[in-house]
Design a protein around this ligand. Structure first.
Ligand code: NCD
Length: 308
């Protein structure tokens, strides 16, 4: 595997290799000295054209823990704001000898194009409303750590599916790993061809909750909404928000996830977000280990020896 652009490119074996490698690397993250020499002398460029907090920092921490040199590029304050194209930016990176380029871009398909222009590995850190494969990997990793398995797990993904690259990547990855996904949203926030996705669809959160092992709440992406997709924030919360009363419908071991950033009080109440069922903070920590595994495997570090 050279690039990671879509969760759909990962078969079950590839996905499990990444999760198992992350599990080994997690042990390193628990040590006081977190650094491994594996990617010494290699250069990872973080190319972020869209705002990000956790994903950018997470990739940076992951690359640094593997001793790679990290160059952070954000479009604001760069020549992109002077109109430089993605291709010219890519050629500049190429000239600087990037071994891996981690890209977040507002246009779906940008990482795919970039892969044609650079020699190094391309990792998709979120492209438009298309995909966010490392988020799906860290979500699967977090589920497996809490619940001990993925096969047969019932996962409800709830909210703004239409604008969510996290939802698509999760459906593709989780179905490959044998979990059963149900998307829950108002009809206006579901993509047109959703019936072709490998999952179930429901408009009724209350009926899905009692049979779910995992409830993944998604942010309502107001910045991508150019029309009224629901009557009001209050009405949205009333039907699709996860609050204490709804959580009471879950079985005892069920967990609550959210990729962040959250609209507290809209799709999830503060109380639920901070409750023991919530994996939100673990997801961030697991993100670093999973991204270490991805960089490690893509850049060809040999697992074994120095991970012990
Ligand atoms: C997500 C994203 O950017 O796609 N966040 C993330 O990467 N942690 C989801 C979102 O923006 O709501």
């Amino acid at each position: 595997m050279k690039h990671l652009i879509s969760a759909g490119d990962l078969g079950r074996d590839d996905a499990l290799l990444i999760l198992d490698t992350a599990e080994e690397l997690a042990r390193v993250s628990e040590r006081s000295i977190k650094k491994l020499p594996t990617l010494r002398g290699r250069t990872v460029v973080n190319l972020f054209f869209e705002d990000s907090t956790r994903t950018r920092i997470s990739f940076e921490a992951a690359a640094k823990r593997l001793s790679a040199d990290v160059i952070n590029f954000s479009a604001k304050g760069s020549s992109v704001s002077k109109g430089e194209s993605l291709k010219d930016t890519a050629l500049t990176l190429e000239a600087m000898g990037a071994d891996a380029v981690v890209i977040r871009h507002g246009a779906s398909g940008a990482p795919h194009r970039l892969a044609n222009w650079v020699r190094g590995s391309v990792v998709n850190a979120g492209d438009g409303t298309h995909e966010h494969p490392t988020q799906a990997l860290l979500d699967a990793f977090s589920m497996r750590r809490r619940l001990g398995r993925l096969e047969g797990l019932k996962v409800a993904v709830v909210g703004d599916i239409l604008h969510s690259r996290v939802a698509r990547s999760n459906v593709l990855l989780l179905s490959a790993l044998g979990a059963e996904v149900t998307l829950v949203a108002p009809p206006t926030l579901l993509p047109v061809a959703v019936e072709n996705w490998p999952c179930q669809v429901s408009y009724d959160l209350d009926s899905v909750l009692p049979k779910s092992d995992v409830v993944m709440m998604l942010r309502v992406q107001l910045e991508r909404q150019n029309a009224a997709f629901f009557p009001s924030a209050r009405e949205y919360s009333r039907r699709y928000g996860l609050d204490r009363d709804r959580v009471a419908k879950l079985h005892d071991d069920a967990i609550v996830m959210h990729p962040g950033p959250m609209n507290r009080g809209m799709e999830i109440s503060a109380e639920v977000a901070d409750s023991p069922r919530s994996t939100i903070v673990e997801q961030v920590a697991n993100g670093v280990t999973v991204r270490m595994a991805v960089l490690y495997l893509l850049l060809g570090g040999a697992i074994g020896g120095d991970v012990q």
